[in-house]
Design a protein around this ligand. Structure first.
Ligand SMILES: C[S@@+](CC[C@H](N)C(=O)[O-])C[C@H]1O[C@@H](n2cnc3c(N)ncnc32)[C@H](O)[C@@H]1O
Length: 371
């Protein structure tokens, strides 16, 4: 059976996720901050396993116009719920509404849930009209945009940024899928030197190493579809085996440094969990003391940005050091992610390109200096 599928991602990364899907062999259509494609169960497993920049993969179960709650109830009730949901399914329902007559997400949620439960209780002969909801989770979303409703089933569960390699340590780590997208935006290839001079917990360097070695980002985590009774678990197992066989045994030249030894220790633990500890040269060193000997590399930095006045001054000194040191490198492309929108002034050079990205709720710019 072929399903209508949708990959969701942070705004600004649609083209990156679409390219990832194209590279995996899928035809895509980008629509409203998400990427649509088609696939079978095998493709659901494969895309969950392989997509680096996306948040989740969902099945579009149905879509229809709805301008009254009666209409919404009836159309949801008429869907063949027992094709997807077993009698004991745990069924969280989320709702969204944009520019629609039905705008109360609480009511959309409650009415949708009621319609699903009524239908299921009838089909499964539940005399009291209730469902036990004691089984696997089938997470449903009803989103209504301009009076057109779409009902989706999440196949992912915890967002795909949770690869399973990160230890908790506080700090301000980038999400793994955000870091992977930062790497994929660059022209880096696995035979080029790579440097992250403010590596923190190592996310960018670890994602680069996983890209370089072709390690599927989802190999060490679970997905919601593993709990679906109609999903043959062997499909995921086969995809995992295939992914393992596709890991490349290449020598990488990835370097990750930070002024803070504690962060280097954290980054090493994360890299070890991700299976790339020996693919990254970690080093505790202040940026001003860095000596980079190679040519033709890619540097990505996510430097601190100042919140308090004193920090701000220090941060601006750091940005100036970055300009002084990294602009002298031979044929390196450099990329800086910061929420300090005056970055270029302190760095001392106008970027080739600037890309607006949201790191969670924080507006940041990705300042790109191409070789
Ligand atoms: C925003 S954090 C990087 C977070 C990282 N991208 C991650 O995902 O964990 C900035 C890092 O820059 C480091 N840093 C600050 N000043 C530095 C300096 N002068 N030289 C090198 N690293 C510095 C901090 O220790 C911190 O780990």
């Amino acid at each position: 059976m072929t399903y209508k599928l949708v990959a969701t991602m942070a705004s600004g990364f649609e083209a990156i996720t679409a390219k990832e899907l194209n590279d995996l062999g899928y035809e895509t259509k980008t629509d409203n901050g998400r990427v649509l494609f088609h696939g079978e169960l095998e493709d659901i497993a494969r895309t969950n396993l392989w997509l680096r920049s996306a948040d989740r993969v969902k099945i579009i179960l149905d879509d229809f116009d709805a301008v009254t709650f009666e209409e919404l109830f009836d159309k949801i009730y008429n869907m063949p719920w027992d094709d997807y949901l077993p009698m004991n399914a745990h069924i969280p329902v989320n709702a969204r509404s944009v520019k629609s007559k039905l705008f109360s997400t609480r009511d959309i949620q409650a009415i949708s849930k009621k319609a699903i439960v009524k239908k299921m209780a009838e089909v499964y002969n539940r005399r009291n009209g209730m469902l036990p909801e004691s089984g696997s989770t089938f997470s449903i979303e009803v989103r209504i945009i301009k009076n057109h409703a779409e009902v989706t089933l999440d196949t992912t569960g915890d967002s795909l940024f949770k690869r399973g390699y990160r230890i908790e340590h506080g700090g301000a780590p980038l999400k793994e899928n955000f870091a992977a997208a930062l790497v994929m935006i660059t022209n880096w290839r696995s035979d080029m030197p790579f440097w992250d001079p403010t590596t923190g917990s190592g996310t960018i360097a670890i994602e680069a190493a996983m890209i370089g070695k072709n390690i599927a980002p989802g190999l060490n985590r679970h997905f919601l579809f593993e709990g679906f009774n109609w999903f043959d678990q062997q499909i995921l197992e086969n995809q995992k085996q295939l992914a393992k066989s596709e890991i490349k045994d290449v020598k990488l030249n990835i370097n990750a440094s930070d002024i803070d030894q504690n962060m280097i220790d954290v980054a090493k633990l994360n890299a070890n969990n991700a299976g790339v500890l020996h693919d990254i040269n970690f080093k505790q060193i202040a940026l001003k003391d860095l000596k980079i000997e190679e040519d033709n590399g890619v540097l990505i930095a996510n430097p601190p940005y100042g919140v308090r006045m004193k920090d701000t001054e220090e941060v601006h000194i750091l940005y100036k050091q970055m300009g002084d040191i990294f602009e002298k490198l031979n044929h390196w492309s450099k990329y800086y992610l910061t929420s300090d929108l005056d970055f270029q002034g302190f760095y001392g050079k106008q970027a080739t390109k600037r890309r607006k990205l949201y790191n969670g709720a924080i507006r940041t710019d990705y300042f790109q200096y191409w070789a």
